[in-house]
Design a protein around this ligand. Structure first.
Ligand code: HDD
Length: 753
């Protein structure tokens, strides 16, 4: 059942046959190192990709198999046909009148016409926001029934259940083809296929939102999206309209701080927190109601790119986050999050100095602690992007019994918007599309509409009916029950009193950041405001917003962007409050790990192959993915071997240091000299160092690193003694024979901030 995987590379002098389940895979005559490190790489010997077995199957994956076709050479789907099933023998030539030359095309060629028609209609409207995204399957499970104090929803209380999920991560601003690593909030939308129906938790990687009332959504989105006259910029909020709006709509101040922090440029979708953002409610078996916020905390910690990396990767690999997710899953590294809730009893609703229904406010964990109750695991890539990731459709209004809404004015508007948008994007019967259909039975008297797939027998399509016995009949138990809430009031267009305060939590967030995080945030706002060429915009943002948050922040940004530098007495007093969980540092895994990290080994001809083999094996054993980059994508020859080379994954120009989390350079005199004399490889080291990445080097590799960095104060020096390992500024160096301990050191500091 479980697919196993070996990489073969040579030469090392280890000889032997590799046998799997009794079949000979290769013989020892070719000198191979064998490592069970999984990788997507096609080179460096042979790679057998993992297949997805029962371990990654869920009820939803099984349900989708009803519609999944896997054409095989002799099975169904092996022969090309038209959509009406007629076999096609020529799909390359339009039917023509043949004579001396190429004659006129014939419109009668219905095979060609069908092909073109289908192509012309391949696209559907992209999502009006969150158009760029990627999705995968997985499951959700609770640890125990501890949440039954708050809810009777089995998905949140029954530990014997494994609920299938589909998760889609996205950016907000850019269109479908935009780059992954732009500065933006990230969508974190989870569809849970529960036995009681689908529950869509449509969240972000940021716990608060730009606006309080859904009626402002078209305004904030128009402001951030490309400007109407020239459709510029793409995947950017760095333009006049966004900052104009943000300056005039101070309720956005808190979320703007988050997006401008390192949260706006995550290293990976797998390294982001997820937040339901809105306030929902839970209803327990005794009829008591609790307000609730939902959280996902990543196992790998919360990590970001640097801004310089993010900008470069936009061009070097616009699909960086998509590939990162799939690479991890295909290499058997599922992404995991702890699922936690914050709850507030109904009676305590008004006991806070902020309104708990205001989506521009979070609930500080010091006031409302997180209760971890379950786990979300994403472990299976999609089979085909369009039918799954593009057609998946979420609705905040889709909840299950035991979970309810609150009067959060953003959530109430969302509940209208999502269903509506799916009608435009996918048509009224969008819930019958395989990726969207529930895994529990669905039956009602809704009928017709475009793309109706369900065929319901019988003469009755209404209720009540003369037969009075259905089916379907209304459920006598288990039906969705709204909480019986008493409401009274005056119909008017207003917001509650506490909704008027906008800066306390923006201050709380800023104060809670580590010094480097504050520096990044100041640089990010400065970058964005520098892209605004209308002085009204950057001046008013400093005066109207930043001056209400913090004097250092406002002054630093004002100086950078040419805004009016406020004097201290004009700046609103910063309350000085902090909350540790608002800094990313809070989420560093207690035990550093490099699971699924991408580590590059830089080589030239004459490198030490034993070191490379040992380091690769060590990295693999810690779950990292390693790649060799050399002067050519072909054989590169190790020290003392002019005939048998090692196949490398990429050449120096094919990838950049920005694609990797750490860099290793083995020893080898000729190799080190070649690296030193090549501007591109010198740049590799400088850039990796500048991005605070761990660099490991051995023997002559150290001299190369030292020369490339030209930093005499680094305390490492070429040492050739066994076991001699030093670490300085994130550079780990070892004597020629200290490779194992050096690699080990690199592993333990490799997951640093
Ligand atoms: Fe939204 C998509 C998250 C407020 C209207 N939103 C969308 C997606 C995410 C969010 C993750 C992508 C879903 C997917 O992957 O298909 N949206 C949020 C969060 C919000 C929020 C966390 C604040 C708490 N959204 C919001 C408001 C409105 C919308 C206030 C409208 C009043 N959102 C939409 C939409 C989208 C959408 C237009 C576009 C595509 C879609 O729904 O399916 O209806």
């Amino acid at each position: 059942g479980d697919a196993h995987h070996w990489r073969l590379f040579k030469p090392t002098g280890i000889k032997g046959d590799i046998i799997c389940n009794g079949s000979l895979i290769t013989t020892g005559s070719s000198n191979c190192i064998i490592s069970n490190e999984p990788t997507m790489s096609e080179s460096v010997g042979q790679t057998i990709k993992r297949t997805f077995t029962n371990a990654t199957s869920t009820a939803k994956v099984a349900d989708l198999s009803r519609d999944t076709i896997d054409p095989t050479p002799s099975g169904p789907g092996s022969i090309l046909t038209t959509d009406h099933g007629v076999k096609v023998s020529d799909t390359d030539n339009w039917l023509k009148v043949s004579g001396d030359g190429t004659g006129p095309f014939l419109l009668e060629d219905q095979i060609a016409r069908e092909k073109i028609h289908r192509f012309d209609h391949e696209r559907i409207p992209e999502r009006v926001v969150h158009a760029r995204g990627t999705g995968a399957h997985g499951y959700f499970k609770v640890f125990d029934d501890s949440a039954s104090k708050y809810t009777y929803a089995p998905v949140l209380t029954d530990p014997s259940r494994t609920t299938s999920v589909f998760v889609r991560f996205s950016t907000v601003q850019g269109s479908r083809g935009s780059a992954d690593t732009v500065r933006d909030a990230r969508g974190f939308a989870v569809k849970m296929y529960t036995e009681e129906g689908n529950w869509d938790l449509v969240g972000n990687d940021i716990p608060v939102f730009f606006i309080q009332d859904a009626i402002k959504f078209p305004d904030v989105i128009h402001a951030v999206k490309p400007e109407p006259h020239n459709e510029v910029p793409q995947g950017q909020s760095a333009h006049n309209n966004f900052w104009d709006f943000a300056g005039l709509q101070p309720e956005s101040a808190h979320m703007v701080m988050w997006v401008m922090s390192d949260r706006g440029i995550p290293r990976s979708f797998r390294m982001m927190q997820g937040f339901g953002v809105n306030t929902y409610t839970l209803l327990n078996a005794d009829g008591k109601r609790f307000f609730v916020k939902f959280h996902f905390i990543p196992e790998l910690g919360v990590h970001s790119l640097t801004w310089d990396e993010a900008l470069k990767i936009c061009g070097q690999d616009p699909d960086f986050h998509r590939k990162d997710l799939n690479e991890a899953l295909e290499n058997g590294n599922p992404a995991k999050w702890t699922f936690a809730i914050q709850t507030i009893p109904e009676a305590d609703e008004h006991n806070f100095d902020f309104d708990i229904l205001d989506a521009t406010k979070l609930w500080p964990e010091e006031l409302v602690p997180l209760q971890p109750i379950g786990e979300l695991v994403v472990n299976r890539p999609v089979d085909e992007f369009f039918p799954e990731t593009e057609q998946v459709a979420f609705c905040t209004s889709h909840i299950v019994p035991g979970i309810g809404f609150s009067d959060d004015p953003l959530l109430q508007g969302r509940n209208f918007s999502y269903f509506d948008t799916q009608i435009t994007r996918l048509g009224i019967n969008w819930e019958q599309i395989p990726i969207n259909r529930p895994v529990c039975p669905v039956m009602n008297h809704q009928r017709g509409g475009q793309q109706q797939h369900r065929i319901v027998k019988g003469e009755i399509n209404y209720w009540p009916n003369r037969k009075n016995v259905g089916p379907p009949v209304p459920a006598s138990e288990g039906g969705y029950a709204e909480f019986q809430q008493k409401v009274s009031g005056i119909k008017q267009r207003v917001r509650g009193a506490k909704f008027q305060e906008h800066f306390n939590q923006a201050q709380l967030f800023y104060n809670s950041l580590a010094p480097h995080e504050k520096a990044h945030l100041i640089a990010a706002i400065s970058f964005e405001l520098s892209h605004c060429d209308d002085p009204v915009v950057y001046r008013s943002y400093v005066t109207n917003v930043l001056s209400k948050i913090d004097v250092d922040l406002a002054q630093a940004v004002a100086r950078n962007v040419g805004g009016p530098v406020p004097i201290e007495s004009d700046v609103q007093v910063n309350q000085g409050k902090k909350s540790a969980p608002l800094s990313q540092i809070y989420y560093m895994p207690t035990k550093p790990m490099i699971k699924s990290r991408r580590i590059v080994i830089l080589v030239a001809d004459g490198f030490n192959a034993v070191e490379v083999g040992a380091v690769k094996a060590l990295l693999g054993s810690a779950g990292a993915v390693s790649f060799i980059v050399g002067p050519r994508r072909g054989e590169v020859f190790p020290e003392g071997s002019a005939e048998v080379g090692v196949m490398v994954d990429h050449h120096y120009e094919g990838q950049r240091s920005t694609m990797f989390d750490a860099l290793f350079i083995p020893s080898g005199k000729e190799h080190a000299e070649a690296l030193m004399s090549n501007g591109r490889t010198v740049h590799w080291v400088r850039e990796a160092f500048g991005h605070c990445k761990t660099i490991g080097a051995i023997g002559e590799g150290i001299a190369f690193v030292q020369q490339a960095l030209a930093l005499p104060e680094l305390s490492f020096a070429p040492k050739l003694d066994r076991d001699d390992v030093t670490t300085s500024y994130g550079v780990v160096t070892a004597g020629k024979y200290g490779v194992v301990s050096a690699a080990h050191d690199a592993l333990t500091i490799g997951a640093g901030p």
